[in-house]
Ligand binder design. Structure first.
Ligand code: NUP
Length: 272
């Protein structure tokens, strides 16, 4: 099944564009879990159990696992094993390198971990991105306009009269021969997001920055979605994972994810 088909199917089934970012930090998880043999895997298991019927995707930021060394590699596998087959998984490592090295990154993310999608940095250009484009069922989400303040340092620079993010988007369209590219667009720059969707009506958009980074939800829905009110993956990590630091953390995460889902669906009804 093509990536976009899988994404649309789960978004329809769960009526949800919510993606939970499993950026699990041992310093932030509830203290009672620290007595467990594998607190991070247990935390992820409980979050997934509590939310798997109300999301379309889980995104694992690989930094939170790689920092744990060998144990982190196992926890990624344990976590992915808990996620139902029909939910989209995203390995957020923002990788790229010269082709020979990028090929290893792509193999790790797509063949060892078997994520449905990876985030990819376009800065090194086509040969660095190509190894992520070979598998038509697995998607490369290219960083086009990120959510952070430093996005302005390079991404907003004008090249021949156009912002660099528009140039990157043009490249993404060229790289999309197998229909397996997506766009990462932060929700903290609504006007940029609006422009990107105007230029790219049909690609899936991964939209981080909701919650802790105070991105704008209404414009994320209005401009992040395609014409059917779908193919936007609206991602939040800390605001859901750490909604409570007590024993009720997984219920609190479910409530936070439900509120986000309902707020998104309210705007979907308004605009689509
Ligand atoms: O532009 C981006 N902004 C961003 O925050 C691209 C990303 N991939 N992210 C990631 O989304 C970031 O690395 C983190 O994993 C997540 C946002 O987390 P939070 O602010 O919702 O806690």
């Amino acid at each position: 099944m093509l990536f976009n088909q899988k994404l649309r199917a789960i978004q329809r089934k769960d009526n949800s564009l919510v993606c939970i970012g499993l950026d699990t930090d041992i310093r932030q998880i509830p203290k009672h879990l620290l007595r467990r043999a594998n607190p991070i895997a247990e935390f992820n298991r409980r979050i997934i159990e509590a939310t798997k019927d109300i999301v379309c995707a889980y995104k694992l930021n690989l930094a939170f696992y790689e920092v744990l060394g060998e144990r982190g590699w196992h926890i990624v596998h344990q976590t992915l094993d808990r996620i139902p087959e029909n939910i989209v998984t995203i390995g957020d490592g923002k990788r790229s390198d010269i082709g020979n090295s990028a090929e290893r990154y792509a193999r790790l993310i797509f063949e060892d971990y078997k994520f449905d999608a990876a985030t990819v940095n376009p800065y090194m250009g086509e040969d660095a991105v190509k190894p992520f484009l070979e598998r038509k069922e697995q998607c490369a989400f290219v960083l086009v306009a990120t959510s952070n303040r430093g996005a302005k340092d390079f991404q907003f620079l004008r090249v021949n009269g156009k912002p660099l993010y528009e140039k990157v988007l043009q490249k993404v369209h060229q790289w999309n021969a197998k229909k397996n590219c997506g766009v990462v667009a932060g929700t903290t720059y609504p006007r940029v997001l609006r422009r990107l969707r105007e230029l790219s009506p049909t690609l899936p958009f991964l939209l981080p920055g909701i919650g802790a980074q105070q991105g704008d939800l209404e414009s994320a829905v209005r401009y992040g979605c395609d014409m059917h009110g779908e193919l936007a993956i609206i991602s939040a990590s800390r605001s859901i994972l750490y909604a409570s630091s007590d024993e009720d953390f997984s219920d609190a995460a479910r409530d936070a994810a439900l509120s986000l889902r309902d707020a998104i669906n309210h705007y979907r009804e308004k605009y689509f």
